[in-house]
Design a protein around this ligand. Structure first.
Ligand SMILES: Nc1ncnc2c1ncn2[C@@H]1O[C@H](COP(=O)(O)OP(=O)(O)OP(=O)(O)O)[C@@H](O)[C@H]1O
Length: 270
């Protein structure tokens, strides 16, 4: 369980990224965080693996206050938290398999990691992960040869190869077209169900949030302004979170748009 108790985060320039956040995420939940640009969604999820460090409060993971962790404990915790970024964060000139294997770096010793000496069991795990996102046949292709949707699936496979307890996804579909966005969200949801990995996804598309989330957290100006099951969320809820009427730009569109969209990224390589 992840627990934010009165967590605030003030950036060095004095900007308050989080204001007195109180939240509990249960194991295996699929949570979507929504809010306008600048609302604090990234700050919230990046606090969990301390890519940014809260300045006040307690952030408990399985009962331990991670804000008190030393570097060694923090490194160990990070091996259990997979992270997915909008821009995939792959080593473009490396093969897909090598990128996926970096998910094991925290698990092997420093010497082995310096020379990328991964045990066969790690290679098997990486191949299994690629298989689970449907791109095992791309294992030996350079990652920059793949489409955006495929690259995002490589980054999901890399996270899976960590055998994480938690996956954090920061705007994972923001650079993808509607059909590919759905493929990626379906992969995340399936993995969440199959492996019971707590999954926290930042999205600014409200239709996708409603389709995939079990629970929605709404943020505005660093504060949690909504927290409830997706089934209870209406357009009015989003208008309250966003502080304005919903616009077309707030929607990703659905799978039916696929036929009308001629520039889709459904897996065709560059
Ligand atoms: N390193 C930083 N130093 C100062 N202010 C920051 C820093 N990082 C983020 N902020 C500010 O904190 C606020 C929250 O940013 P955050 O990136 O968490 O928002 P967000 O909801 O994820 O929006 P976006 O989708 O645009 O990234 C914004 O006003 C942002 O400008």
């Amino acid at each position: 369980m992840i627990e934010f108790n009165n967590v605030s985060l003030t950036y060095p320039n004095g900007h308050q990224g989080l204001k007195n956040v109180n939240l509990k995420f249960n194991d295996g939940e699929f949570i979507v965080v929504v809010g306008l640009s600048g609302a604090g969604k990234s700050t919230l999820i990046r606090s969990i693996n301390q890519l940014v460090k809260p300045t006040e409060g307690e952030l408990l993971i399985d009962g331990e206050d991670t804000l008190k962790f030393n570097e060694k404990k923090m490194r160990k915790l990070r091996t259990k938290i997979g992270m997915i970024f909008q821009n995939y964060n792959l080593v473009k000139r490396s093969t897909v398999l090598k990128n996926v294997l970096t998910g094991r770096l925290g698990h092997i010793g420093t010497f082995r990691s310096m020379f990328n000496l991964f045990p066969q069991s790690d290679v098997r795990l990486a191949m299994e992960s690629l298989n689970r996102v449907g791109i095992a046949e791309k294992a030996y292709v350079r990652s920059d040869q793949l489409s955006g949707g495929q690259q995002q699936r490589v980054s999901i496979a890399r996270a899976l190869t960590q055998q994480p307890k938690v996956i954090l996804a920061d705007e994972p579909v923001a650079s993808l077209d509607p059909p590919t966005s759905h493929i990626v969200m379906k992969d995340l949801k399936r993995i969440n169900r199959e492996d019971n990995i707590t999954t926290i996804v930042n999205l600014h598309f409200i239709d996708m949030a409603m389709e995939y989330a079990d629970r929605i957290i709404g943020m505005r100006a660093g504060e949690v302004v909504f927290d409830g099951p997706a089934s209870e969320v209406t357009e009015k809820t989003f208008e309250e979170i966003y502080g304005r009427p919903i616009k077309e730009d707030d929607l990703r569109g659905n799978l039916e748009d696929e036929e009308e969209n001629t520039s889709t990224d459904t897996g065709v390589e560059k």
